[in-house]
Ligand binder design. Structure first.
Ligand code: ADP
Ligand code: MG
Length: 694
């Protein structure tokens, strides 16, 4: 781990001599050794290899010129500025400085020869450059013979210093090992990859004939190689991790189909093809004695719960217990009700475990889990705790897995068995992950996708309505509820203060109750006791409550098919996936559903974009793609980000082909050239390969 501890910088610079203060600055850039310097690749380049005649200087592009100062003057109007005229025989150009010291005025005196690098624009005085880079030169001073790299840097660490340090690392002969090729020839040839050393040399010191355009766009073959290497390191790390976990033994739980057939016969619906297909994948994994590590993805409402239930039955039929974990109490309880409704009739004991349970209940549940009487345990993260000892856990299922970090997921997985087996693991997520992201950041999992919704759903109609039309909306809700519909009223998220948020829901509940005396209105929020929450949810489910005023606690998983209306207040404050999840609470029955997104002006640019996206798209995958574009992978991935190697150079959206190649090569070299794989990983992730250590 890198990290700054006073006077105790563990650095590994072998080639360059750096002072303590420079070292500290390098640490801030996360540069702690020679190779980090090599990977501190330029952000962009400046072309100082060429001088343009002033007459031909291109407009709007950075260009270098050279000439004699023919006039220099400090103007005081319209504001204080230094203006000089430079002439090179082909024409005259003005340079202008708005902030300057006296020394600059002296330096840029008439008759001096200057080299200027800047962006030419048509200005008040004719062609001009504002705040250009400048240098007094002698006649015939040699030009740079490589493009000048501009590095990412930090305050106090100059470009010149970085260039010098990096140059030293690059040009030392002893550093051969640092640049040694990690990839076998066959791979280089097949994917037409440039050599590693060649590529870093070129990126740091590009010759004048290198295409500045390709370099800038990061599509130059040298960039391809770097991005490929980075993607490959990520694949290697994650696939290795996958293999490592897979090397444990799990109980083989082959399909027996007695209980599953019994459950299917009880259901009021037929599985969709997508449910059948994903179930077959899960079922196949369970039959193996390697632990399954599968992610079941499916949009909100696609019917993941029944797939989980059928998978659970397969384990139970083999005499193994199953744990299902959900991120919130409301959802855990709802799962408990649904699953016990499905499984108790076929003779399976289901128990529920939550943090807020009464002691007595909890002890009974724990005992039933320990003796193996309860074959299925449903709960919140309370299931992780040490007191929970399973008699024979064969499968753990984690719903809404994106809510949990890698560590929590592993904890449940490690909740082993007396037999020394590791349980199979099924994760579920309603935040669909775009393919490129799942291929990169989820490469340590197998993925099944439910890509269709159960039949008979009518897409939710989304309306964007300004806050000032609130009373109109209230009347609409009243009318709808009077005809037997049910609605959610979602109160705004107030990130700064939970107390304020609580106050807001309570006030909203009071006002709505006053304004709509003929409706039965319920209230639910995170601070209610578990029993109160479940009582409210129950009466909403049974149709006794018309309108449920709620915080975003109802965001995940809540399933009340008769509810067909939703009002979301201050929708502009919410993220896309949250809005999509909330909206997914309706549109579950056959009634046409309407979701009203209330917003308050003024809208920030990003809020406006989000609202447009959620208005335009219903499909969770498309929303996720847009969200990814808007926020980038780091934020999009949320909890998963911790511990997974992030990408600095490659970008999964635009480098899809390289990603495909890296994926194939990773499998190939892990099997056939394990030494290459090892060296590659060491080079790229050496100190950062925490993920492997989890
Ligand atoms: P999610 O994937 O969001 O967890 P759920 O499992 O909660 O979705 O399912 C949403 C609703 O669809 C539930 O009421 C469920 O019983 C119902 N459902 C699931 N599969 C089908 C199907 N094949 N046909 C009809 N309804 C289904
Ligand atoms: Mg669900």
């Amino acid at each position: 781990m890198s990290g700054i501890k006073n006077n105790n910088l563990e650095s590994a610079f072998n080639t360059v001599l750096v002072s303590q203060s420079v070292q500290e600055k390098l640490f801030r850039l996360d540069i702690t050794n020679d190779f980090d310097l090599v990977l501190n690749l330029p952000l962009r380049y400046e072309d100082e290899t060429h001088i343009y005649p002033i007459h031909d200087v291109p407009e709007g592009k950075t260009a270098q010129i050279e000439g004699i100062i023919t006039h220099s003057e400090v103007l005081s109007r319209p504001r204080r500025q230094l203006v000089c005229q430079v002439n090179d025989g082909s024409g005259t150009l003005h340079i202008r400085f708005l902030n300057f010291y006296g020394s600059l005025v002296k330096g840029l005196a008439v008759d001096k020869r200057v080299r200027i690098l800047g962006e030419a624009r048509a200005g008040f005085f004719g062609t001009e450059m504002v705040h250009p880079k400048y240098r007094i030169v002698r006649m015939g001073e040699p030009l740079a013979n490589v493009l000048t790299p501009v590095y990412p840097t930090t305050a106090g660490l100059s470009q010149i210093m970085l260039r010098k340090l990096i140059g030293q690392v690059l040009n030392r002969n002893e550093n051969k090992e640092l640049f040694a090729e990690t990839l076998p020839d066959s791979v280089l040839k097949r994917y037409q990859l440039a050599g590693f050393k060649e590529s870093v040399m070129l990126l740091h010191q590009p010759p004048p004939d290198a295409s500045a355009g390709l370099l800038q766009a990061r599509t130059h073959p040298a960039w391809h190689r770097i991005k490929f290497d980075e993607l490959l390191a990520q694949q290697l790390s994650m696939r290795l991790h996958y293999r490592l976990r897979r090397s444990h033994r799990a109980p083989a739980l082959p399909a027996k189909s007695k209980l599953t057939t019994a459950l299917l016969a009880l259901l009021k619906f037929e599985l969709t093809n997508a449910q059948r297909k994903t179930l077959a994948e899960v079922s196949h994994d369970l039959a193996s004695h390697h632990p399954m590590q599968r992610l079941l993805q499916g949009d909100v409402g696609s019917g993941k719960t029944i797939v989980a239930a059928l998978a659970a039955l397969q384990a139970i039929e083999n005499g193994h217990q199953v744990a299902i974990m959900a991120p919130t109490e409301i959802l855990a309880e709802q799962h408990y009700q649904k699953l016990s409704g499905w499984l108790e009739p076929i003779g399976i004991t289901v128990v529920w475990l939550s943090g807020s349970q009464k002691k007595k209940q909890r002890e009974t549940a724990l005992a039933e889990i320990a003796t193996g009487k309860a074959m299925l345990a449903v709960g919140t993260h309370a299931l992780f705790q040490d007191q929970v000892v399973f008699e024979q856990l064969g499968l753990s299922i984690i719903d809404e897995q994106h809510r949990f970090g890698v560590h929590q997921r592993l904890a449940l997985c490690l909740k082993g068995n007396k037999s020394g087996f590791v349980p199979h693991q099924l994760m579920m997520s309603a935040t669909p992950i775009p393919r490129t992201l799942s291929m990169s950041y989820y490469a340590d999992l197998d993925i099944s996708v439910i890509d269709e919704l159960p039949p008979g759903r009518t897409p939710v109609i989304t309306k964007l309505i300004a806050e000032r039309r609130r009373s109109e909306i209230i009347l609409r809700i009243r009318d709808a509820c009077c005809t037997g519909k049910q609605a959610y009223w979602v109160c705004p998220l107030i990130e700064e203060s939970e107390t304020l948020q609580l106050k807001t829901v309570e006030e909203t509940f009071d006002t709505l109750s006053e304004l709509l005396p003929d409706l039965k209105i319920g209230l639910i929020h995170g601070r209610l006791h578990a029993q109160e929450k479940s009582a409210v949810m129950m009466s909403f489910k049974q149709g006794e409550i018309h309108l449920l005023v709620a915080t975003t606690v109802i965001e995940v998983g809540v399933d009340v098919p008769n509810a067909s209306l939703m009002v979301i207040e201050h929708a502009e404050r919410m993220g896309l996936s949250q809005l999509h999840q909330l909206r997914g609470r309706i549109g579950r029955g056959s009634d046409a559903s309407v979701c009203i997104l209330m917003y308050q002006m003024p809208l920030s640019a990003i809020a406006r974009t989000r609202l447009k996206i959620i208005f335009k798209y219903n499909d969770g995958f498309e929303i996720a793609r847009q969200d990814l574009k808007l926020r980038g992978p780091g934020e999009f991935l949320g909890a998963r980000q911790s511990g997974v190697p992030m990408l600095r150079f490659a970008d999964v959206e635009n480098d899809g082909e390289l990603l495909d190649a890296a994926k194939n090569v990773a499998e190939e070299i892990l099997s056939e050239y394990p030494e290459s794989a090892q060296r590659h990983l060491q080079r790229w992730l050496g100190k950062k390969n925490e993920y492997l250590r989890v």
